[in-house]
Design a protein around this ligand. Structure first.
Ligand code: 3H9
Length: 708
């Protein structure tokens, strides 16, 4: 084996095997392309061209996949030559046939290397894709030019605009690969292909000359359709429209000019805050899975799970568990309630069948794993039990007393409470070490966020089990400490209050919603209240009334609406009017009159706010509470707050979460805003000690994100 002597190229090795130069990319864990890999690939191709005994080149990945793409940790750092486009061009220019043999992930720059190769073979289990759009980028190493030429404008656009992965068979159908190997031995399959090419004296076949765009009219139509669709859907994202422009360039410009066009667009994307936000989101999602407990302890076994309570939440949790292939036993207090619980579950599946997302058979298979009981003894063998009953401490304690009585030793006992003190629940039974919070978000089978709430006395392996369960459910688990509302709902209470203050001070709820949507949230706060039901927040406000600071500002508009029975969509009226069951509400003059009356009652002279002012206050409130949550250790790091808001509360992903966003606008600016707002309401706007400290030390939130 010829191992390159320079240490930075050790990630690529090459050896001659029977006339084929086998080039292996070996850069664990996913063969991401960094400077060493780029250099190593150029060296390998140079070696192939220089060696008369090498009659073909085979590129393969070591370990579990081909190449996952450019090393996204390099973005934002000074570029180190050679660039990936240069590497791809060098591969394409090779005088010997170059074959890419693909197993596992061939994504982004990884697929671009395969596209620049002359022949491609994939084995089963391969995942091919150009997911750059999900990171705010576009394929920047010839991917837009070569994919369109190879598989046509429509298929290439569909791949690049969705970022989806395709398997080996679909890749074959699309023309992305020439063949699918018979076995999963990627090197053997690649070598066999190479020898066939050598035997038939096949020449290098360069993708830049492929004819996928030959039908100009069809290509033009596909580009126009993609542009129209993207304009409608891309919601302020930069890279999707640029991808369409690049494919248009592929159609209209010579290859080299198309490459230059693509490179310019790629660099614009790479330098954009959207790319930084999306890459931060990518790493935050992976980093949150790591907690001291997951590092130090092994999860307990999870095969069967009990769910106590068959309401909306319990049923949603049961569906999430069933979908993960787990056996579920639901406990309800009597047969009628159990029947309702089962009906809730069936309704969730029926709605999915109605939308064509699953089949009747899939529903039947899931329900085979479901069982219901009215006696807790049915949970004797459960590995994990999740309690999802009414939010009342006495009711929860009664459930936990039963679980303590019937569950086997070592069973993990979880509560889905949204705000109750889990330490108190744990202390009420004989095994506090087995108790933790698993806080799902509604609809529990859809929402990605799971707060793993860690009470003081819980055992580390119980926390690790919470994270393991989240992995099985394909959820983003975030570790949170015990406090009222944990991470997400605690922040929600504060930024909603900021919105209410804005409303009472003069902004209409409709303007606030619009400004928040324009920022990138799918819905504004008042639309969310109408969707979830105004009565939920109303009940929480009543519960907190006794402990509320009498000097704190309290806006009564929401209570006024609820007193009229206007709970939102489900009652046809809330902040908006929903005529004839409409799901999109219309502004309501009567609501505006109620707000006017409340302003008068509170002695407020309404003033106007620009959309920018609205967003600044809304975000400052969110960021400040996020900082408090990190400061108190309820969240481990700012990135945990970011992941929570992105996956549970619709925070726009391309902005990377509130803490990342705060860094992009500058923490000193956020602090200046908070101090300015505090002149009107010093009780509400108290700058978090963490922000003050970071600003004094010239640091940002990112400096607290200990990432691996
Ligand atoms: C691009 O290619 C641009 C080019 O067009 C143009 C250039 C000019 N870089 O997800 P996992 C890490 S843009 C660096 O847990 P899985 C990841 O952080 C790129 N690191 O495993 C994690 O680290 P840690 C286009 C990366 O099996 C570890 O690898 N490509 C990269 O669930 C394991 O990852 C993409 O967008 C990377 N590119 O999933 C693909 N990828 O262990 C992004 C992963 O320290 N990657 N890491 O936490 C993926 O979709 C998944 O990681 C993959 C594996 C499917 C590959």
């Amino acid at each position: 084996m010829t191992l390159s002597s320079a240490p930075e190229t050790a990630a690529v090795q090459h050896e001659l095997r029977g006339g084929v130069l086998v080039v292996t990319i070996d850069h664990a864990p996913v063969n991401a392309i960094n400077a060493g890999v780029r250099r190593g690939l150029i060296d390998a191709i140079d070696a192939a061209d220089a060696n008369a005994s090498a009659r073909a080149v085979l590129i393969v990945g070591a370990g579990r996949g081909f190449i996952a793409g450019a090393d996204i940790r390099e973005f934002g750092k000074p570029p180190v030559p050679p660039s990936l486009p240069d590497v791809c061009n060098r591969i394409e220019a090779c005088g010997k046939p170059v074959i890419a043999a693909i197993h596992g992930a061939a994504l982004g720059g990884g697929l671009e290397i395969a596209l620049a190769s002359h022949y491609r073979i994939a084995v089963e289990g391969a995942k091919l894709g150009l997911p750059e759009v999900l990171l705010g980028l576009l394929p920047g190493a010839g991917g837009t030019q070569r994919s369109a030429r190879l598989i046509g404008a429509q298929a290439a656009l569909s791949l690049m605009l969705s970022g989806r992965h395709v398997g080996a068979q679909e890749a074959l159908r699309l023309g992305l690969v020439d063949r699918v190997g018979q076995s999963d031995d990627v090197v053997a399959e690649g070598l066999a292909f190479a020898h066939e090419l050598i035997a038939t004296q096949a020449a290098p076949r360069r993708t830049k000359n492929a004819r996928g765009l030959a039908d100009k009219d069809a290509s033009t139509a596909a580009i126009a359709a993609a542009r129209a669709e993207t304009q409608k859907k891309s919601r302020g994202l930069l890279s999707p429209l640029k991808i369409v422009d690049c494919v248009e360039a592929a159609l209209n410009l010579p290859f080299d000019e198309g490459l230059r066009f693509e490179r310019e667009r790629f660099l614009e994307c790479r330098e954009s805050p959207q790319r930084a936000g999306l890459v931060h989101a990518f790493f935050a999602e992976r980093e949150v899975q790591k907690s001291p407990e997951t590092r130090d302890a092994k999860p307990r076994e999870i095969r069967s799970v009990g769910v106590v309570g068959g309401g909306t939440m319990g049923a949603g949790i049961a569906v999430a568990l069933l979908d993960a292939g787990l056996a579920v036993t639901m406990i309800e207090r009597d047969d009628a309630s159990l029947e309702r619980g089962r009906a809730h579950i069936e309704n969730v599946y029926d709605a999915l069948i109605g939308k064509g997302r699953i089949t009747q058979e899939a529903k039947a298979r899931a329900l085979q794993r479901f069982d219901g009981a009215t006696r807790y003894d049915a949970l004797a063998d459960a590995d994990v039990v999740i309690e999802a009953v009414f939010e009342d401490m006495a009711v929860k304690k009664a459930v936990f007393a039963e679980l303590d009585r019937v569950c086997k030793p070592g069973a993990v006992l979880a509560t889905n409470t949204s705000y109750l003190d889990i330490d108190e629940i744990a202390a009420s039974i004989s095994r506090p070490q087995d108790v933790l919070g698993l806080h799902f978000f509604s609809p529990a089978n859809i929402m990605k966020l799971l707060e793993v709430v860690v009470p003081a006395r819980v055992a580390a392996d119980v926390v690790a089990t919470g994270f393991e369960l989240a992995k099985k459910l394909k959820k983003v688990a975030v570790r949170a400490g015990v406090c009222d509302g944990f991470i997400g709902n605690r922040m929600l209470a504060v930024y909603r209050a900021a919105a209410d203050h804005l409303m009472e001070d003069g902004a209409s709820p409709y303007q606030i919603d619009q400004a928040v949507r324009d920022f990138g949230f799918p819905m504004g706060p008042y639309q969310v209240i109408d969707l979830a039901g105004g009565d939920i927040g109303w009940a929480a406000r009543k519960r907190r009334a006794a402990t509320r600071d009498p000097n704190a500002r309290y806006v009564r508009v929401g209570d006024e609406l609820c007193e009229r029975g206007w709970f939102g969509q489900k009652t046809g009226r809330g902040f908006y009017r929903y005529e004839d069951g409409a799901r999109i509400g219309k502004p309501d003059a009567e609501v505006e009159a109620i707000i006017d009356a409340e302003r008068a009652r509170a002695g407020v002279t309404p003033r106007t706010f620009s959309d920018d002012e609205i967003v600044r206050r809304y975000m400052a409130a969110m960021i400040n509470e996020g900082a408090n949550i990190v400061h108190e250790g309820v969240a481990q790091r700012p990135l945990d707050v970011d992941a929570t808001l992105m996956h549970g509360f619709g925070f726009p992903r391309h902005r990377g979460g509130p803490m990342h966003y705060a860094d992009t606008i500058g923490l000193a600016n956020v602090l200046a805003d908070i101090r300015a707002f505090a002149k009107e309401d010093p009780l509400f706007w108290r700058a978090s000690p963490l922000i003050v400290d970071l600003v004094e030390r010239g640091k940002n939130f990112a400096s607290l994100n200990r990432t691996s």
